[in-house]
Design a protein around this ligand. Structure first.
Ligand SMILES: Cc1cc2nc3c(=O)[nH]c(=O)nc-3n(C[C@H](O)[C@H](O)[C@H](O)COP(=O)(O)OP(=O)(O)OC[C@H]3O[C@@H](n4cnc5c(N)ncnc54)[C@H](O)[C@@H]3O)c2cc1C
Length: 467
């Protein structure tokens, strides 16, 4: 039986979207703009998560970066596909962008306010500020977009839905961390400098240079620093791309100099040379009154963070607006549970989106929210969803979460590794990596445009009619 016919209904039914983070509002808006009534559930402010600080939708809980915006990179391709397919959040991100070199970064406060406003003004979305603890998989079409910090009661309910004969691997956990933010006024401008790596693009980052003695003293202090909970530490299973800085330091004295503190291409204008190591700060908001310490997510006690990060040249008197933290990350075993329409294999009325679906990152979360919204709109109208082509970034992300090894499933960001390679003859003919990437993106966008002709695009926020 076609999936879309599971619900025998005369008219489109209301779809429940759970989670008002990044994926949920995008999904709700896609549904509403396709004529579907939506109930959007968000438990904040009555109940918050360890990372959220406001009751706004689309709160960015750590960095304010939506990754690279350089043409023909994989994160750019995903954002471009989202834009063409009519993403609300990408449009708002562009409208609230702050300078960040080749990246798309936003003013997190204005971004969240604008998303909240757009959702509140959408007549087909009813917002319900309550915690959801039960799913009616037989009678409701539901998108679960409750993120890495899904409440415990709902996590137990997801476990119930996930366990089926021969499929006991219900859910996994891992942990990652958030990076600290400092007040701009507290940075010693005489010791730092602005520069773009290899002078490419605008000099948006503040660089704090270190000589060898300063770097070694900093590493010694990091290695001796006290973590929040030494007991839990041993049990943590970090996501490799988001390691706490002290964990990176433990892997070797120079590991940080080849990672987040890499000095290459960042010549200090006072010496004309690359320093021994560099700590980079990225602008947080449009007012530019705060900067985050790039890649400095950590698991140290707050007092230890203040003491050790003030050893960084230029940050001796830093005022911290937020310290780094460790947090839980909950995600389902997507390869065992999901089909390419983001529906559960055993409960096709239930779809997953966002970080909990097994993708990693803000943009990837919004992207899966967009897809789940589009697919659920088809379901609500009694039709079969049309998955995005495999060659697109959308399709590649979904292909990964549906077909990775379920035994050792790890969430992933969008990268060229996930995209389908060019055929062998073309690969042999074209040796230049940049040119290959350009061709992969070109192919993706051509196929995307065909898919969009099938699924339609909702009116833009500023918008006129459907295109
Ligand atoms: C601390 C932290 C730092 C991160 N840093 C970055 C980063 O710097 N860059 C990056 O790209 N990604 C980062 N991520 C990963 C990921 O991109 C974000 O978590 C992103 O917000 C995920 O979007 P989402 O919509 O899936 O979940 P969320 O944005 O977390 O939204 C889920 C929403 O569901 C609500 N909710 C939970 N349970 C219930 C319930 N039972 N009923 C009703 N509502 C519920 C929550 O309150 C929340 O508002 C980070 C994640 C965490 C936790």
């Amino acid at each position: 039986m076609p999936v879309g016919q599971l619900l025998q209904i005369g008219r489109a039914m209301t779809v429940k979207v759970i989670g008002g983070g990044l994926a949920g509002p995008e999904a709700a808006w896609q549904l509403a703009r396709r004529g579907i009534e939506v109930e959007l559930y968000e438990m904040r402010p009555a109940r918050s998560t360890p990372a959220h600080q406001t009751s706004h939708f689309a709160e960015l809980v750590c960095s304010n970066s939506l990754k690279s915006d350089s043409e023909n990179t994989a994160p750019w391709l995903l954002k471009e596909e989202m834009r063409r397919a009519g993403s609300l959040l990408i449009e708002i991100a562009r409208a609230t962008a702050v300078p960040a070199g080749h990246a798309l970064a936003v003013d997190r406060v204005i971004f969240a306010e604008k998303v909240t406003e757009a959702i509140s003004q959408e007549p087909r979305i009813r917002v319900k500020r309550e915690e959801v603890t039960e799913i009616d998989e037989a009678n409701d079409i539901t998108i679960i977009a409750t993120g890495p910090l899904t409440s415990d009661a709902l996590a137990a309910e997801i476990e119930r839905l996930s366990i089926s004969p021969g499929n006991p691997a219900a859910r996994l956990y891992f942990y990652d961390s958030i990076s600290p933010i400092v007040e701009t006024d507290s940075i010693d401008s005489a010791k730092v400098y602005k520069a773009a790596r290899y002078d490419k693009g605008d000099a948006d980052y503040i660089n704090c240079p270190m000589n060898a003695a300063e770097y070694n003293a900093f590493i010694d202090a990091l290695l001796q620093a006290q973590s929040v909970d030494g007991h839990d530490w041993e049990k943590l299973n970090y996501f490799e791309a988001c390691l706490p800085i002290e964990e990176i330091a433990r892997r070797g004295r120079d590991t940080l100099r080849f990672g987040p503190m890499k000095p290459v291409g960042l010549a200090d204008p006072r010496t004309g040379k690359w320093p021994y190591a560099v700590v980079q700060l990225r602008q947080e908001n449009l007012r530019a009154d705060s900067y985050n310490i790039v890649g400095f997510q950590n698991h140290l006690k707050f007092g230890e963070q203040a003491r050790i990060f003030r050893m960084i040249p230029g940050l001796e008197k830093a005022q911290f607006l937020r310290y780094g933290q460790i947090h839980r990350n909950t995600y389902i075993n997507a390869p065992a549970l999901l089909r390419e329409s983001l529906q559960m294999k055993h409960h096709p009325n239930v779809l997953f989106a966002g970080q909990i679906s097994g993708v990693e990152g803000y943009v990837e979360s919004i992207a899966t929210g967009q897809l789940a919204g589009i697919h659920a709109a088809f379901l609500a109208q009694g039709e079969d969803p049309i998955p995005a082509p495999r060659e697109t970034a959308f399709g590649s992300l979904v292909n990964y979460i549906c077909h990775a090894d379920p035994k050792d499933f790890q969430p992933a960001n969008i990268t060229f590794d996930l995209l389908q390679h060019l055929d062998e003859a073309t690969r042999r003919r074209i040796r230049d990596k940049k040119e290959r990437h350009r061709l992969v993106c070109q192919r993706a966008l051509e196929l995307l445009d065909e898919w969009i002709r099938q699924i339609g695009v909702p009116a833009r926020i500023s918008g006129t009619a459907r295109t």
